[in-house]
Design a protein around this ligand. Sequence first.
Ligand SMILES: [Zn+2]
Length: 89
Amino acid sequence: MSGRHTSWCAGGHHCGHGEHRSAPITYTAPGAGTVTLTRIRTTTGQQYAEIRLSVVLAQHEPAARQQLTALLTHLQTLIGPPRHLRPAA
Ligand SMILES: [Zn+2]
């Protein structure tokens, strides 16, 4: 099936060279930021959620730096280890 589009592939310029990409979904929080989510399947069959995140930062330090630290912490939590690597409960 590697040569065929997936059911969610947007086709056209969104995919090529064996990689399939969905149409991006964008959410904007006015004054706060924007996130764009795209589903991807690579030539190996591995699937990814590609997330482009733009967050409005405070104008001054240390507030901006604190935002970045909080963002990194949340992003690390969001990614987490793969479920199959987690110890059994
Ligand atoms: Zn495709």
